[in-house]
Design a protein around this ligand. Structure first.
Ligand SMILES: Nc1ncnc2c1ncn2[C@@H]1O[C@H](COP(=O)(O)OP(=O)(O)OP(=O)(O)O)[C@@H](O)[C@H]1O
Length: 413
């Protein structure tokens, strides 16, 4: 009999985590009899985080035993590859893949496809996917997870519904107080180099970012994207002593990390997915004005008015009193993005912001970013391995890996 492989399409309202736990714990939904009494392994961002946690707590190396580096210090793509290697070496009876291509560069995505094709000859695979282009070619059983319920479909074509609507009617709300930045050049890196334990990571990086520009930062896994961003935000001490200028000042000339952070909006999905506090949707947006997650003081009239304008723009005004906690993943992402935008920071960094979103929600998210980049003075840096259709970045900063560290060049779109 032909090996069965499942492709489960998820949307942002799908109860993906419960579904995966049930599969791995043997509470099999109908249609998965082939996995009865079998031991499965999970490749997902959450599984990586669990291993980081275990390695941290026990000071042990489980999936990185043949590397000097801790799992935590690896780049997100490297972590995923290390986990895959660990899974394959433990020969599980079946493998569950939760959006396996997220965080991987295009070459690594192709390599993973080839590996999985081979694995699929002897091991059943369950792929959960939110983007249609990610479908593995050998999948032969298709279903959609709607909330908790699974609906099987004969083919992929019967799964698609092209009903994308543009929710963003209206303009980006103006901030209550605006930042005054006199310099035209917001960020400048001049001949910046970084090494870790004598391993060169970045070489001679020259990158000038001006006020109001919209950039995409690209590069393969481990090429140093996060390293550059963390030097800019002040989280990485490697920026000190280098020709790195932030908001017109050379790094390390007296400004505090806090002063810099106040002027940077930052969004990455793990901020949303890990957040467990119970705050209303409206208060979550307003909290972006105070640089806190969640609101702990009574908002002013002006703040409430501003949050109303944002919620109307992103189509979530009806949900203002709902708890952030109860929203779907796509809605949470829009709220967190609006929260990062609300004060029109001079710089907004979006780090793989669409990872895990379904096609429609990703397109909606991109539409919001495009609108913000056009209608505000904020400089936007968007990092992603996916070429998001419709993203209107003006410039691309491309990192190219090499033995002496990654070098960078500017491409125009
Ligand atoms: N604290 C550290 N110690 C040792 N190596 C590190 C440390 N932090 C980062 N690195 C290494 O530096 C390189 C660049 O990592 P970085 O996270 O900047 O890459 P990236 O371009 O963001 O990758 P990805 O696309 O996979 O997220 C990687 O090889 C990573 O393993």
């Amino acid at each position: 009999m032909k090996q069965k492989h499942w492709a489960i399409f998820t949307a942002n309202t799908s109860h993906t985590k419960d579904f995966i736990n049930n599969l791995l714990e043997g509470y099999l939904p109908e249609g998965f009899d082939e996995l009865k009494d079998k031991e499965g392994a999970l490749l997902s961002k959450l599984a990586v985080e669990r291993f980081i946690d275990i390695e941290d707590r026990h000071e042990a190396k489980i999936i990185t035993s043949n590397s000097d580096q801790s799992l935590k210090s690896m780049s997100s793509g490297e972590q995923k590859k290390a986990l895959l290697k660990h899974i394959l070496s433990s020969n599980p009876d079946f493998i569950v893949l939760d959006n396996p291509f997220d965080n991987l560069d295009t070459t690594s995505q192709e390599d993973l496809k080839i590996t999985l094709q081979k694995v699929s000859e002897h091991t059943p695979i369950v792929q959960l996917l939110s983007r249609k282009t990610d479908l593995l070619p050998f999948a032969n059983t298709f279903a959609k997870l709607e909330g908790k319920d699974l609906f099987f479909h004969e083919s992929v074509s019967s799964l698609s519904d092209n009903t994308l609507k543009d929710h963003f009617q209206g303009d980006i709300p103006k901030p209550i107080n605006s930042y005054k930045i006199d310099e035209e050049t917001l960020i400048a890196l001049k001949n910046v180099g970084v090494s870790y334990s004598q391993r060169p990571i970045l070489h001679d990086i020259n990158w000038t970012i001006k006020k109001g520009e919209f950039w995409e930062l690209r590069g393969r896994n481990g090429s140093g994207k996060t390293t550059i961003l963390s030097m800019i935000t002040g989280e990485n001490p490697k920026g000190y002593g280098q020709e790195l200028y932030i908001f017109g000042r050379k790094k390390g000339t007296g400004e505090s990390v806090w002063e810099i952070k106040k002027r940077i909006g930052y969004f990455t999905p793990s901020m949303t997915d890990k957040f467990t506090g119970y705050h209303s949707v409206s208060h979550m947006i307003i909290s972006g004005l105070n640089d806190s997650i969640g609101l702990y003081i009574q908002p002013t009239e002006a703040q409430l008015r501003l949050s109303k304008e944002w919620l109307k723009l992103i189509g979530l005004w009806e949900m203002k009193e709902e708890l952030f906690h109860d929203l779907s993943m796509g809605q949470k992402r829009l709220i967190m993005c609006a929260r990062a935008m609300i004060k029109h920071p001079p710089l907004l960094i979006l780090d793989e912001p669409t990872a895990g979103l379904d096609d429609d929600s990703a397109a909606l998210f991109v539409a919001l970013v495009n609108k913000f980049a056009t209608q505000s003075d904020t400089t936007v840096i968007f990092v992603s391995h996916r070429k998001e259709p419709g993203l209107e970045a003006e410039y691309i900063y491309q990192l190219e890996k090499s033995d002496i560290g990654s070098t960078g060049r500017v491409l125009t779109t």
